[in-house]
Design a protein around this ligand. Structure first.
Ligand SMILES: *Cc1c(COP(=O)(O)O)cnc(C)c1O
Length: 353
């Protein structure tokens, strides 16, 4: 870094995105993208918008927020929706907006949380997951400030029942609970239905996973109007045009095709259950996942060894260099053909051939 960089950022350790290598015929199962293309409706709406790119987008994103509110249901209105450049941006703004009493989150979760907490200058605590890799809600309740959880969690894939979320939200009305629902469409259930009841709940969602729009960068937040106004205060102070025209149009198009999203999610769930079951025969086991990935370990091989052997077979997955995670690899669920290739490869890896 240069001598000009602010000392505030000199010791920042950034989030490490998964590799995006250019290897031919690679089966890419390392960043939880969808194996399916965006809905034809999303592409059609996006293409129509391209030629209007001379003009700034609607800073209020009214049509997109209405469309999201409608799909979220539960009587949610557009005033209760915030949109961002990926849910990463929504989370970043939330970490900044709600940091005063400190921020707590599980020690094993989305790698961005500690980075956002640091860059926001917030004090933060990482609360260990329990022995079985579930979230320790009692320990989180004992924290004073904002609590952030991913549900389903990453990279475990474990979904915490909504009753636990509700108890946490109720335990202290003076504390914000942020529920990151990036993976909720793959068998989980959304806490968005509690928004009308509690003023201290923020739910975030993304178009990157279930709606195949990771490259378009579109995410959203759902909360009562006052919290949405807080997020807007920051957004209008930093970048009012945070969601570009083409992306907003693609999002609206995707929401007009919920049948497509549901069919893709059902296919992912089916492939996930097949993978979890079939690889048991070769000494693999996995945590119970409600996400579009599976957290897998082997009785003798380490996560890094599994990663390397799969990579030699042109299948890319992710391993984590962190104490409790070393036995595991996180494998994104692909389409049926990719799942078949993966199962064959895992068999070969386990048999050492
Ligand atoms: C992928 C992911 C996100 C969101 O990513 P965006 O592409 O920025 O919407 C948020 N949280 C978790 C836990 C994720 O895995």
């Amino acid at each position: 870094m240069s001598e000009f960089l602010s000392k505030d950022y000199g010791s920042l350790v950034p989030y490490e995105p998964g590799e995006q290598p250019k290897i031919e015929n690679l089966i890419k199962l390392n960043t939880n993208e969808s194996p399916f293309p965006p809905s034809p409706r999303a592409i059609e709406e996006g293409e129509k918008e391209l030629s209007r790119s001379r003009l700034y987008p609607d800073p209020e994103n009214t049509r997109l927020r209405e469309a999201i509110a409608e799909v979220v249901g539960n009587g949610i209105e557009k005033e209760e929706i915030f949109v961002g450049n990926g849910s990463d941006e929504v989370l970043f703004l939330a970490f900044n907006a709600f940091k005063d009493k400190g921020i707590a989150f599980p020690d094993i979760t989305y790698g961005f949380y500690p980075v956002y907490a640091r860059i926001a200058g917030a004090t933060f605590r990482e609360i260990p997951l329990k022995e079985d890799f579930t979230v320790d809600f009692e320990a989180l309740k004992a924290q004073k400030g904002t609590v952030v959880i991913a549900n389903p969690n990453a990279p475990t894939g474990i979904f915490a029942p909504l009753s636990e979320i509700r108890d946490l939200v109720e335990s202290d009305p003076n504390r914000i609970v942020v529920v990151d629902e990036a993976y909720v469409d793959f068998g989980g259930e959304s806490a968005a239905k509690f928004i009308k009841e509690y003023k201290n709940l923020l739910v975030t969602g993304t178009f990157s996973k279930s709606r195949s729009l990771a490259g378009a960068r579109l995410g959203f937040g759902i909360a009562n109007e006052a919290l949405i106004r807080d997020l807007n205060l920051l957004k209008y102070s930093i970048n009012p045009y945070n969601v570009n025209r083409v992306t907003a149009a693609m999002g609206i198009g995707a929401l007009k095709d919920e049948a497509y999203t549901r069919a893709n999610c059902a296919a992912i769930e089916k492939n996930r259950e097949r993978l979890a079951k079939e690889i048991q025969a070769f000494g693999f086991s996995s945590l119970p996942s409600k996400a579009n990935f599976l957290f897998v370990k082997h009785e003798t091989l380490s996560g890094e060894e599994i990663y390397r052997s799969l990579r030699e077979r042109k299948i890319l997955v992710r391993y984590f260099d962190k104490e409790r995670l070393r036995p595991f690899v996180r494998i994104t669920i692909g389409n049926e053909e990719q799942t078949t290739s993966l199962i064959d490869a895992l068999k070969a890896v386990a048999e050492g051939i």
